[in-house]
Design a protein around this ligand. Structure first.
Ligand code: HEC
Length: 279
């Protein structure tokens, strides 16, 4: 074999390779590449299935599965949800301006039981304005069935003489009085049997306003007090007066420690200054 021909062949091969690698990429094609699999990563774009034929990672099916929409992990806080709203009384309660707060209890009997067991405290302190808002919302949204007094004898039941197919709950019964706030909140989100849910009609704060108002009717029926000042009705809802007193107490503690910290901070600053001036 003539070494000269081998050399020509080799040069021809080099020329062809370099020519073919000169095909540049355009808007609709990737161009030709030699060993492309390291030059391009698998392109992920949320919700977009763009199969890249030069891809060597996995099968076409694997890639297809990877771009399918997935639910966020439980406990994920969406952007914009983390803002802290200072509710009356200074408790930081985070929710979005549109009142949307994630709720991790499904519309099943099992999750209802869990909600009743786990959702205990009303996150808002009892306030006069909250009760007023709750009353207004209750009379608009609930009273037609549950009655203005909360006795389950609302307009639809009373006037239509049984035309409404089921009896709305009587909030004045001991069963409902003794139930946790979770029973109410869960019902407001998912509804219950023939009652529809109110998650799209009442915001997070409004749901709790309504629950507070129901509690105040229940308390009145038992001659107990449930107000901004005192709560002799249950232990799960805090009157604003208690929150305000606690806040005041902690503020005076903070201001007294503040002065302590200030004086030491000044001392350290002086020390630093003295040290620095030696250099
Ligand atoms: C269209 C009529 C109707 C309206 C309006 C309505 N409810 Fe009801 N509600 C019912 C009926 C009927 C039941 C009984 C459901 C059952 O137990 O089968 C019920 C049951 C309940 C229960 C008890 C659920 C349980 O765990 O047993 C709660 C709490 C409740 N409603 C709260 C409310 C609140 C708060 C509002 C207003 C935001 C409201 N409802 C508006 C008809 C209504």
């Amino acid at each position: 074999m003539n070494i000269k021909y081998q050399l020509y062949g080799f040069l021809l091969f080099i020329a062809l390779v370099s020519l073919s690698s000169c095909q540049s990429a355009g808007g609709n094609q990737t161009g030709s590449e030699y060993m492309p699999d390291m030059a391009h990563s698998v392109a992920y774009e949320a919700g977009v299935y763009g199969y890249y034929y030069n891809n060597r990672w996995g099968t076409e099916d694997d890639l297809y599965k990877m771009v399918q929409p997935r639910n966020p992990i439980n406990g994920t806080i969406a952007r914009g949800y983390a803002g802290s709203h200072q509710a009356e009384g200074g408790r930081g309660i985070s929710y979005k301006a549109n009142g949307s707060v994630p709720y991790y209890y499904a519309n099943t009997e099992e999750d209802r039981t869990r909600a009743i067991a786990e959702i205990i405290n009303n996150p808002y302190p009892i306030t006069k304005s909250g009760l007023e808002k709750g009353k207004q919302l209750y009379n608009i949204q609930c009273a037609i069935c549950h009655g203005e007094k909360g006795d389950g004898a609302g307009y639809l039941v009373r006037d239509d003489g049984g035309k409404y197919p089921v009896q709305p709950a009587n909030f004045l019964l001991d069963d409902l009085i003794n139930s946790s706030n979770g029973r109410y909140y869960h019902t407001l989100i998912h509804g219950r049997n023939l009652m529809g849910g109110y998650s799209d009609k009442l915001s997070y704060e409004e749901r709790w306003n309504v629950i507070q108002y129901i509690r105040s009717i229940q308390a009145a029926s038992k001659n107990l007090e449930y107000s901004e000042k005192t709560n002799t009705f249950n232990t799960t809802d805090t009157p604003y007066a208690v929150v305000a007193a606690k806040k005041k107490a902690s503020e005076s503690v903070i201001s007294s420690t503040d002065t302590g910290i200030d004086s030491t901070a000044t001392m350290h600053a002086k020390d630093d200054h003295a040290k620095n001036s030696h250099h």
